[in-house]
Design a protein around this ligand. Structure first.
Ligand SMILES: [Zn+2]
Length: 95
């Protein structure tokens, strides 16, 4: 019985599942890497493992748009706000 072909299918399916997950962990496009994994299978996953993580644009975005409570009025304002949009208090930069 030929076990290579079913094994390849299993590996290919794992690549289809694993590659987008890995891509997302590396701040890359999960959808794009899913499409890449369809023809390439584990090769796509290997390529992705070698590629460095994208400098976390999403984390940067989250950090930039994350909310914090204004120390003066308690309103939720962007963490990077310099002046509270509600009470107009100037916020000392503390990151
Ligand atoms: Zn405020």
């Amino acid at each position: 019985m030929d076990v290579i072909a079913p094994l390849m299918v299993v590996l290919w399916i794992s690549a289809l599942i694993g590659t987008p997950r890995l891509a997302v962990q590396k701040h890359r496009s999960g959808g794009l890497w899913f499409l890449i994994a369809i023809p390439l299978g584990l090769i796509a996953m290997g390529i992705l493992m070698v590629l460095p993580s994208v400098p976390d644009t999403k984390a940067g975005y989250d950090q930039q748009h994350a909310l914090q409570g204004c120390p003066a009025c308690g309103a939720l304002i962007p963490r990077r706000a310099v002046v509270c949009q509600y009470c107009q208090r100037t916020l000392t930069s503390r990151r």
